[in-house]
Ligand binder design. Structure first.
Ligand code: AR6
Length: 372
């Protein structure tokens, strides 16, 4: 508990608007500091200082998860509300309020309970995922600061699918074709084939097969925007589009996934050449790169370009599997699971046929090179 309190106080110190506190609230803080002086590092409780960063949120969340702090200060909390000047604006507002509540000794259990019933969180920050009027930056900061469990109350989709309901694919012996890659045991349990709606997956990131505007469309793109709510489009608009083969990342708002990675596949209605093949590979590679850059360890892909953009699924499956295999060979320590999320039974069949070529079983492995 000492550690958690110390973290909490040091982060209260870090809250940027703390310098603007009214003297009454400042005094409350100082009283709280004295009260917890025996567990707070000397000199760690000062007002003013560095800007709030995500570790601030992390520590506050960590503090929430602790069993309890001490006594009550609800009245002080209420009075600071009345003063109307404690971090009332901006994305740090709710953080400050939560930090104040905790720092002043509201039991963590009470804090958690009030967060769940929406009292404290709702007082501090109104989350409205159905309105275009909301501030996407504040909402994003708020949602990304929550644990998966706390975020569940904001899902707009029903029947979410957690990772433990998506079994890893077990390498099996290849069919008639020889395996194209050597076996790599480090990749065991890192691949899944899942047939269903990608918008339901409660994982770190889902990939969207978007278009260059990033402003939504049909197919999986339409499903993702519909389920995420209008703030997704607002954040996407701030990204100024995306070129074919590139990838950009956003918050997922009402979706169970934490992030959406938007990529733009090649349009292949006139046939597939080297350019389209390379572009499709880039979609997978750049999406995985975006995931690892953002510490997203579980990622799901739809069958990019194989719907409205007309890339033949029988060819696309090889580009998808080869690119993921090569990326995982190099970065297996940064990813826990890559899920091929297919929607159509014929795509599931294609992946079942081809997975053993890229993720072969040890004993059954065959060489890609002809024997002399
Ligand atoms: N979950 C998983 N996969 C899905 C879902 C879903 N909810 N819905 C469709 N799919 P497409 P594209 C599969 O057409 O070919 C949009 O208008 C679908 O069965 O969504 O890259 C964009 O804005 C198919 O296998 O994407 C672009 O303009 C795969 O998702 C354009 O379509 C991709 O089909 C992009 O076309």
């Amino acid at each position: 508990m000492a550690l958690q309190m110390s973290a909490l106080f040091s982060h209260v110190r870090a809250l940027p608007c703390a310098t603007g506190l009214p003297s009454r609230v400042r005094a409350d803080f100082q009283r709280a500091a004295v009260k917890f002086g025996h567990i707070v590092a000397p000199g760690s409780f000062q007002l003013g200082g560095k800007p709030a960063t995500s570790p601030v949120r992390g520590h506050i969340n960590a503090a929430f998860r602790a069993e309890k702090f001490s006594t009550t200060a609800a009245a002080l909390w209420k009075s600071s509300q009345g003063s109307g000047s404690f971090l009332t604006r901006g994305r740090r507002g709710w953080l400050g309020k939560v930090a104040l509540g905790a720092a002043l000794g509201v039991s963590t259990v009470a804090l958690v309970r009030s967060l769940h019933t929406g009292t404290l969180a709702a007082m501090a920050f109104k989350v409205n995922l159905n309105s275009t009027g909301g501030d996407w930056k504040e909402t994003k900061d708020f949602l990304l600061s929550l644990s998966v469990k706390d975020r569940r109350q904001y899902y707009k989709v029903s029947g979410f699918v957690p990772l433990d309901k998506i079994p890893p694919w077990t390498p099996t012996a290849g069919g008639s074709e020889p395996s194209r890659y050597q076996r790599n045991e480090k990749l065991d349990r890192k691949i899944s084939l899942y047939r269903g709606d990608i918008t339901k997956l409660e994982i770190d990131a889902i990939v969207n097969a978007a278009n260059k505007t990033l402003l939504g469309g049909g197919g999986v793109d339409g499903a993702i925007h519909h389920a995420a709510g209008p703030l997704l489009k607002k954040e996407c608009a701030s990204l100024h589009g995306c070129e074919t083969g590139e990838a950009k990342i956003t918050c997922s708002y009402g979706l169970p996934a934490k992030y959406v990675i938007h990529t733009v596949g090649p349009i292949a209605q006139g046939g597939v050449g080297e350019e389209e093949r390379k572009a499709l590979r880039l979609c997978y590679k750049n999406s995985l790169k975006k995931a690892t850059e953002n510490a997203a360890r579980t990622v799901a892909f739809p069958c990019i370009s194989t719907g409205i953009y007309g890339y033949p699924p029988k060819q696309a499956v090889h580009e998808a599997l080869a690119t993921v295999r090569e990326y995982l060979d190099e970065h297996h320590d940064k990813l826990d699971r890559v899920i091929f999320c297919v929607f159509l039974p014929k795509d599931e069949e294609l992946y079942l046929q081809n997975l053993p070529l890229y993720f072969p079983a040890g004993q059954e492995q065959k060489s890609v090179f002809p024997r002399c």
